[in-house]
Design a protein around this ligand. Structure first.
Ligand code: 5AD
Ligand code: SF4
Length: 471
């Protein structure tokens, strides 16, 4: 850790103390505990950030609620990757306003990706002026400071910065699951795909030092974590920019060697940077989960070029088939976008062709969403909505057919499952996750949660299994 980062951590720990005092005084006055709620939108990165925000709130003395209904402090950790994420937030804020009208002391905060986008920030300030605190992705670590100012009575705290070199370690974290955890290995993205707002709102790529990552994972393991997911927008370029830093495959090996860690996942890999060394590392290490998420976006070489993805249809297909050949029990999943400007029927056919060749185990399909400030947004050849809808349906149908066929390949096998939770719709059942990321429901006691048990996959029901524990 850099000296400046250590001092930033100490400052923020001081602000948590200050917030605790203010909360104690408030509780003495009101005779009840102050409550808070964190609502998360978007990706695993945001989910991990929310654990940090929740950790800070609890350390300061808030009681955390699942629901926003009664909370004294509501924090929305936002996403802006597609416009529907923005619309979802505005819907939530509408509800927050009606609660705040009844309960004027209620505090509302918005953080994360959305306020990093200048026009969205303006809209928040203008149309949602009841929001008391707004901060972005680069200064998330300074939340304790903003919180203490809010608790001291300050309002309209707008703190957005457009970049940071800091990676502040060691602030409190409240994990959602005691037995598994995400671990950031890098922040930001340098790829600038022409449709994507992420590099604009999350900034340039910054890797954490491997020593800090491994220390965090050792501590997680000591506290009972068995599965870690290494998080980054493009994990294959881990370490770039830090002199003498180890490569991503080497980091994976070292994480697997941490005592007590039984499973390692990672997300996301950019196909252009996926090395043979990584494939061989996965192949030769059973602790690395049999799941690779390899975003395709489009199967058309022309569209890929315009997206600045830096691979062709043929390069992608060759890579995916090579991975399937080397690691036959791996599940391959992907992201696909439909309706990128200029996309023709023949481009969509190329995408369908790749889906049928790679036979994804699962895929997220998205309709292209215009993001302000990205090169694709100003193109004049935006695809008409009706055509996009038709293409989307074709792609989705193809994805589903392949996924159904693929998921059948595990039927009858007995595989280890990490038991994650009690199944709330089937009494007496628990739900586990396989190494390949598929879900299995089976009869079992809640005491199994957090353990890895062998489960026979009796019946495939589309995207999940019904199974039974074997002894
Ligand atoms: N419109 C639609 N989907 C997008 N994604 C990123 N930007 C956009 C956009 N402007 C999708 C990509 C990416 C996933 C996280 O979100 O498929 O892989
Ligand atoms: Fe966005 Fe491309 Fe970076 Fe992924 S790799 S976050 S799609 S710019």
């Amino acid at each position: 850790m850099k000296a400046s980062d250590i001092s930033a951590t100490n400052d923020q720990l001081g602000f948590i103390e200050r917030s605790s005092e203010l909360i104690r005084k408030n509780e003495e006055r009101s005779g009840r505990k102050l409550t808070a709620s964190v609502i998360t939108f978007g990706c695993q990165m945001n989910a991990r950030d929310s654990e940090k925000l929740a950790g800070i709130l609890v350390s300061a003395g808030f009681e955390l609620l699942e629901d926003t209904e009664d909370a004294d402090f509501v924090l929305y950790n936002t996403c802006t990757v597609r416009d529907n994420a923005n619309q979802k937030l505005y819907g939530h804020l509408g509800e927050a306003l009606s609660r705040k009208k009844k309960k004027p002391d209620m505090m509302v905060a918005v953080c994360g990706c959305l306020p990093q986008e200048p026009s969205a920030l303006e809209k928040l300030k203008k149309s949602y002026s009841f929001v008391d605190l707004i901060f972005g992705t680069h200064n998330l670590y300074a939340f304790p400071e903003y919180l203490s100012r809010l608790l001291a009575g300050e309002r309209h705290i707008y703190e957005i910065v457009d970049h940071t070199d800091n990676i502040v370690e060691d602030l409190p974290i409240l994990r959602k699951y005691p037995f598994k955890s995400g671990v950031n290995i890098m922040f930001g993205c340098n790829n600038f795909c022409t449709y994507c707002i992420v590099p604009h709102v999350r900034g340039r790529e910054r890797s954490r030092e491997s020593a800090d990552i491994l220390d965090e994972i050792k501590r997680l393991s000591e506290s009972g974590v068995k599965e870690v997911m290494l998080l980054g927008q493009n994990v294959n370029s881990y370490g770039n920019g830090i002199q003498g830093e180890i490569s991503f495959p080497e980091l994976l090996k070292r994480v697997c060697d941490v005592d007590g860690i039984e499973r390692v996942r990672f997300m996301t890999s950019h196909p252009k940077d996926l090395s043979e060394e990584l494939i061989q590392t996965i192949k030769s290490n059973d602790k690395i989960c049999r799941h690779l998420h390899l975003p395709l976006q489009s199967g058309s070489t022309k569209v890929l070029k315009e997206m600045n993805r830096r691979y062709t249809k043929e390069q992608y297909t060759e890579l995916a088939l090579h991975i399937r050949e080397e690691i036959p029990d791996i599940a391959l999943t992907t992201d696909i976008m439909v309706g990128f400007p200029g996309e023709t029927e023949s481009d969509v056919n190329d995408t369908i062709d790749v889906i049928n060749t790679v036979k994804y185990d699962n895929a997220f399909t998205f309709i292209y969403s215009k993001r302000m400030g990205t090169p694709a947004a100003v193109r004049e050849d935006q695809v008409p909505e009706a055509l996009v809808k038709e293409s989307f349906d074709r792609v989705l149908k193809c994805v589903q057919e392949n996924a159904r066929e693929q998921s059948l390949r595990w039927q009858g096998l007995t595989l280890p499952a990490l038991v994650e939770e009690v199944n709330t719709s089937l009494e007496g059942y628990v739900t586990g996750r396989l190494s390949n990321n598929m879900i299995v429901h089976f009869p079992g006691e809640p005491s199994l949660i957090g353990t890895i048990v062998p489960v026979r996959l009796d019946e495939c029901r589309g995207f999940y299994y019904m199974g039974s524990i074997t002894v």
